[in-house]
Design a protein around this ligand. Sequence first.
Ligand code: SF4
Length: 354
Amino acid sequence: MDLLNTLVEKGLRRELPTRDEARAVLETSDEELLDVVAAAGKVRRHWYGRRVKLNYLVNLKSGLCPEDCSYCSQRLGSKAEILKYTWLKPDEAASAAAAGLKGGAKRVCLVASGRGPTDRDLDRVSKTISAIKDEHEGVEICACLGLLSEGQAAKLQAAGADAYNHNLNTSEATYSDICTTHDFSDRQETVRQAQSAGLSACSGLIAGMGETDEDLVDVVFALRELDPDSVPVNFLIPFDGTPLAGEWNLTPQRALRILAMVRFVCPDAEVRLAGGREVHLRSLQPLALHLANSIFLGDYLTSEGQAGQADLDMIADAGFEVEGTDTTTMPEHRTDELVAVRRRGTGTALPPNA
Ligand code: SF4
């Protein structure tokens, strides 16, 4: 297929495909599915080989959120029967993280429900980061605490956070259909703040909320513009007690096409197979490893994932290997950007970059 050859060539060069090319991936037939997976798999292997990075979620504060994101079981007014609790203490969070790290995870994602953190919340998270890093050399910590205000990303960075997650979730055009308490630009701004503070940005989407192909292309192109290092691809888990209950819109084949499209548009990003993979991809999960180079290990924030050992077996059976802490996840050109040591301005003979 000419389309797939073009997409592979562009992906290997990190060249942005056209919107039509991205949409055409979503429109391919079931007969073409393995060709699509094979083509996107070439791009995945070019940037990440056969490595799979494991990430482990720790829900620091569950439920009781004042925001109204309609996909979320922790939202304002949610009737979903999830665990609800306020902030875990640093030692409780550290022992939760230890279980994931023992299982093979390389990154711990510290998540809290809410619109955004207070300064007191940041102090708690800072202590938690120290508690985890003191015990586990080489662990990466990503914080996911909602919208950030001025200066908060820098505080997290100084506390030892490596990354910050804030998803765009859906297209700008449909954002107000899924949430009324904040908007798309608030989310973009938080990702930019994280990047400006030197944190590795993690930002992705949720598919299966009734969006069109055009919406999916829109949000993935918006992500490419922000250029996060990690792009989690979630598939809606339609919790009873939320407005999107009963929205089972995805097939395993469509989930694979979406992942392939994300890989072609963000070829050198860490594409992460995230929430909903078990219930939507079902027996096709191993094929998704040819597209994504990263997955969550164990349970999600409010729902149960498949057993960690089943994931490890799946990765080995599909011919992939778990990425160790001695390996740098990102391709060299991306880590170069992250650690651009200042050699101008104060303390040098060169003028500042302003
Ligand atoms: S996604 Fe985050 S901000 Fe939105 S309702 Fe859920 S916990 Fe609150």
